[in-house]
Ligand binder design. Sequence first.
Ligand code: NAG
Length: 192
Amino acid sequence: SSSSFCSESRECLQFDLLCRTDEYEVRRSSCVYASIITSLEPMKRVSEFLNCPKCVCVCAGVRFEMTAPVLVEVPEEVKMWEPAIYTLSFLLPSAYQEHPPTPTNDKLYFSDMPDMDVYVRSYGGWMLSITSRLHAHLLSRALLRAHAHFNHTHHYTVGYDSPLKLLNRHNEVWYVVEGDPVCGEEHTPDTH
Ligand SMILES: *[C@@H]1O[C@H](CO)[C@@H](O)[C@H](O)[C@H]1NC(C)=O
């Protein structure tokens, strides 16, 4: 990938930029992710996943070079009496996109997300649960103002950088688009 924020991993998610406003972008991608469900504090797990820039993840019995980003699906409403359940996903390397290996761990599964359109807000610095929730809140407010429909049940916290990277860190928060993406007239790319 040529994205400026794809600096540490050899392979990063490729996407089409559908449109952009001052407050968010709309992107479309079709990828297969390796996913695992966890009730642990997901930010710690993301750090583990991204701990070594050149690290290799053993998943489904196959060794993968790490890819970016790592996604954490965060439920929007956390119930006090139930442990929060997070889904952690990372992009399968392109060599495995067509034919994912058979999982050897029963907690691991492959999730195909074809034509996934997302509203994206980017931010720098360290990705902590609190900053991620703040940016999810700011994005949802901007989407409501734009009358953009999105899935309110969860958002994705999206990390690209290992903890070793200190400067120009890049993080994102995503909401899944429902219906047609809304961007406002003036920023729609000229398709003629
Ligand atoms: C929103 O996302 C949840 C969880 O992935 C899913 O179960 C639900 O069907 C989605 N809602 C719509 C309207 O697509």
